[in-house]
Design a protein around this ligand. Structure first.
Ligand code: ZN
Length: 224
């Protein structure tokens, strides 16, 4: 079906080890790579990706680990690749429209299928004491998937959805991700976080590819 199923590669949770991604880029020369979160960075991202900088486009979403401490956060969000985040966006990458959703569902914000505790970041902050309002959202709250933001993303169209959380194709997945995939009109979903490699369909024939940790897969979900 795909002209070249290796023109985009997807990298599952690196957890500090980018060697499999670097090897895959050097072997297969993809037009782009999309990284699915949980980088555990101890230095800015560009330090790790120097061997493949300029060889391919590098895109990413954030996992939950990026919000566990200030350094892990800034080594991604203030890195040389800061502008290549896909969260809540659709970008045309190697001829395909790819939508991205970073983060995880948090009980204190929204844990589908329950109703959201807070409608939006603004709603949450408006009910906090002045010192918290002034400080802004903590990293923990920044890691959350917010209901209003996901609803806005649903209005876009895309060919592929990349998420950290799983849809219901996985036993730990969330129906809200299935619904996002359907609304976007995607054919495929790639997700990380759960460290399991599998391919399974959800409704409308959408194929979901779980990508294991430190694993690299192609557009068919096949491991390289
Ligand atoms: Zn994770």
């Amino acid at each position: 079906m795909m002209a070249n199923e290796r023109r985009i590669l997807f990298a599952g949770d690196p957890h500090g080890d980018f060697a499999p991604l670097i090897d895959a880029v050097k072997s297969h020369h993809p037009e782009a790579v999309v990284m699915l979160g949980d980088y555990d960075l101890e230095k800015p991202l560009q330090h790790y990706l120097r061997p493949i900088a300029g060889l391919t486009e590098i895109w990413w979403i954030a996992g939950n680990h990026e919000f566990e401490c200030y350094n892990r956060h800034r080594f991604l969000f203030d890195s040389a690749f800061a502008d290549n985040g896909l969260h809540l966006k659709v970008k045309e990458i190697a001829g395909l429209r790819i939508a991205g959703l970073s983060g995880i569902f948090l009980g204190r914000v929204w844990y589908p299928p329950r109703q959201p505790k807070w409608r939006s970041k603004k709603h949450y902050l408006s009910r906090q004491p002045a010192n918290i309002r002034r400080a802004g959202l903590s990293l923990k709250y920044q890691s959350a998937i917010w209901h209003d933001e996901l609803e806005r993303l649903k209005r876009l169209n895309a060919d592929i959805l990349v998420t950290h959380e799983a849809p219901r194709s996985h036993r730990h997945g969330f129906i809200a991700i299935d619904e996002l995939a359907v609304a976007l009109g995607v054919r495929q979903v790639f997700h990380g976080h759960l460290h399991e490699h599998y391919s399974a369909p959800i409704k409308h024939g959408i194929m979901v590819h779980g990508v294991g940790d430190r694993m690299v897969v192609d557009l068919n979900g096949d491991v390289l």
